[in-house]
Write a protein that binds this ligand. Sequence first.
Ligand code: NDP
Length: 308
Amino acid sequence: MNEKKFDVIIIGGGPAGISAALWCDELGLDALLLESQGELGGQLLWTFNEIQNHLGAEAKDGRQMRDHFLNQIEKRRFTKILNSEVTGIDLAAKTVTLAGVGRFEGESIVIATGVGRRRLNIEGENKFQGKGILRSGKPDKDQVKDKVALIVGGGDAAFENTQILSETASKVILVHRRKEFSAREEFIASAKNNPKVEILTDSVLNRISGRKRVEEVEIKDIKTNAVNSLAVQGILVRIGVKPNSELFRNDLETDARGYLKVDQNCATNVTNIFAVGDVANPASPTVSSAVGMGATAIKSIRLRLKSS
Ligand code: NDP
């Protein structure tokens, strides 16, 4: 066991976790912030659109917003460990085990692990990451210039990226597993009116193949079971996100989709364990909500300590 005991251990260094760390310093709590990646930022690091709806700061993309946050917390005192792989958590003893580092004890634990993009888990999906499988439409649209791009999904993200990729691609094929879409009507209408866009419904992407880069895909019509091969050079998968809550699901209450259940103080069903940001399924999964939840949890922790 590592010697030091913290008032608060924060797991996850996105906007919610960063805000929690700032508020710990603000309220005189000794905090340990754990981030699994090599830098703080969470989802901001894969947000490529402008951020104009976070009051107080605008940014050309998520990374720039992250940099605003880092500037602001520069003088705040808390302990930070990057590249920290949490391998175990004992919610009763309030200990967190980090691979190759040790075990830390906290008076309270704040889970801010966010969400991750859902994957299709099909053949070729791992092999062709960065070799035709795109990160996002905005930064990668030049990769499909005068080429055929394929997008999987039927929500806002799939349709928004269809529009973006059609600016450069010769053709964009949108593949969705149902007939109905969950995207906004105006996004759907704009795709349907775009001569470069072809929409395949009741269809799933089965396989991605190629030599060094994506060259061909296999699409299955789930109504007829017919399988078609298509030549495509770029693929973007936008099938939503899932909560990073696997480590906690045995001990904490979740909803049917695995999001951690919290009350208005961001407290979970286990005493002194809190969850903030997207992993706690806020009504508006935004930077602003994440930042607010970070503050709420730490205020609540401070009040509990005062009254105990
Ligand atoms: P959504 O959860 O809104 O949509 C996911 C889509 O992927 C659905 O069409 C779903 O189909 C499909 N899907 C889910 N799992 C699979 C699977 N295993 N195989 C194939 N298809 C699958 O996610 P988005 O990423 O589109 O959006 C996330 C959030 O971000 C939303 O709140 C959205 O409104 C917001 N957003 C807003 C934008 C804007 O306003 N400009 C732009 C982008 C996103 P089914 O319906 O059958 O479940």
